[in-house]
Ligand binder design. Structure first.
Ligand code: NAD
Ligand code: LMR
Length: 335
């Protein structure tokens, strides 16, 4: 009796109640991301899935006194399907990370099939969920998920997101180090994709447009484009960014939940099925997106660009066409 009353009181005090599933929850990103999602009060049901170890991560997180239940799932007993059932949001950081000397594209051979198989499970068990892809190479894994959802007849371009938030975080941080400002107050629009030259920071749109110039500006752009390499090298074979990525993933998933809850003016950049450059054959592109109850509510144009930025975007588009085709062709050849 007491527990029923307690549960009713508990649920009526929660303004928005959502189930979030993390696939790859025992990984370097998955663990701290699960922790941060446990702290998000909009999450009432947190489902943690991994090939191994997720029940342990779930038991650990479950002792934190926030208003969610946490459950861990393994492949046994159809754990993936159970983790996904009724999920509002699915976040996927499953897959291998880079080692020094590798590009993100070098991860394709391993991660493409991991993401493909998880996407099939999403199509079967959570066809209406908002799906956030962290697994690299994002420029190719997002098209893979789109193709799988299309073949299952459940693709909704408004509901599929490549997570590029870490580039936004880095841009704010790195620009503040040069300008001597508080990074929390730095807003930098970063567009394109999530690897090397496809990452295009639009510095001309920042408050420091004219102040950061010449070699300093070029070095800043390069650092934002190749920030991931700094972490890969510093970790020296032990993986890539995990903690900053967990923060980025939690911020992005939080924005998705805010949009779901009907909050106004929820805007984050994301690599989405985008009309911006479709006429040039670029099916997916990252730019600011307004998020709403259905997922993507509006895809923002890039805004005014300098000549140098126009040139960077051109290079990004050329590379993206190849990256996207690689994902699409993978599914054609390995359905
Ligand atoms: P990790 O090796 O520490 O963790 C990966 C986890 O995925 C492991 O726990 C593993 O068991 C799990 N996994 C593998 N196959 C799985 C499957 N089929 N089902 C469920 N779980 C599975 O790696 P990490 O450091 O957490 O990185 C994960 C991925 O995220 C990598 O591909 C990395 O490149 C990428 N990444 C992306 C960004 C970004 O900005 N989008 C940033 C950092 C890392
Ligand atoms: C990052 O940007 O840190 C991630 O994409 C991981 C990587 O391989 O660099």
């Amino acid at each position: 009796m007491f527990s029923k009353v307690a549960r009713r009181t508990f649920s009526s005090s929660v303004p928005s109640a959502y189930k979030v599933a993390v696939l790859g929850a025992n990984g370097g990103i998955g663990q701290p991301l699960s922790l941060l999602l446990k702290l998000n009060t909009k999450v009432t049901d947190l489902a943690l899935y991994d090939l191994r170890g997720a029940p342990g991560v779930a038991a650990d997180c479950s002792h934190i006194p926030t208003n969610s239940t946490v459950k861990g799932y393994s492949p046994e007993n159809d754990g993936l399907a159970s983790a996904l059932k009724n999920a509002d949001v699915v976040v996927i950081p499953a897959g291998v990370p880079r080692k020094p000397g590798m590009t993100r594209d070098d991860l394709f051979n391993t991660n493409a099939s991991i993401v493909r198989d998880l996407a099939k499970a999403v199509a079967a068990n959570a066809p209406s969920a908002k799906v956030c892809i962290i697994s690299n190479p994002v420029n190719s894994t997002v098209p893979i998920v789109a193709e799988i959802l299309k073949s299952a007849g459940v693709y909704d371009p408004k509901k599929l997101f490549g997570v590029t938030t870490l580039d936004i975080l880095r841009a704010s941080r790195f620009i503040s180090e040069i300008a001597g400002t508080n990074p929390a107050h730095e807003v930098v629009n970063v567009v394109g994709g999530h690897s090397g030259v496809t990452i295009v920071p639009l510095l001309s749109q920042t408050q420091h447009n004219l102040a950061i110039k010449g070699e300093t500006r070029d070095a800043l752009i390069h650092r934002i484009q190749f920030g991931g390499d700094e972490v890969v090298q510093a970790k020296d074979g032990a993986g890539s960014a995990t903690l900053s990525m967990a923060q980025a993933g939690a911020r992005f998933a939080g924005a998705i939940l805010n949009g779901l809850a009907g909050e106004k003016d929820v805007i984050e950049a994301s690599f989405v099925d985008s009309p911006l450059f479709k006429s040039e054959g670029v099916e997916f592109f990252s730019s600011n997106v307004t998020l709403g109850p259905e997922g993507v509510a509006k895809i923002h144009a890039l805004g005014e660009l300098s000549n140098a930025e126009e040139a960077l975007v051109k290079v990004a588009k050329e590379t993206l066409v190849d990256n996207i085709a690689k994902g699409v062709n993978f599914v054609k050849q390995n359905p």
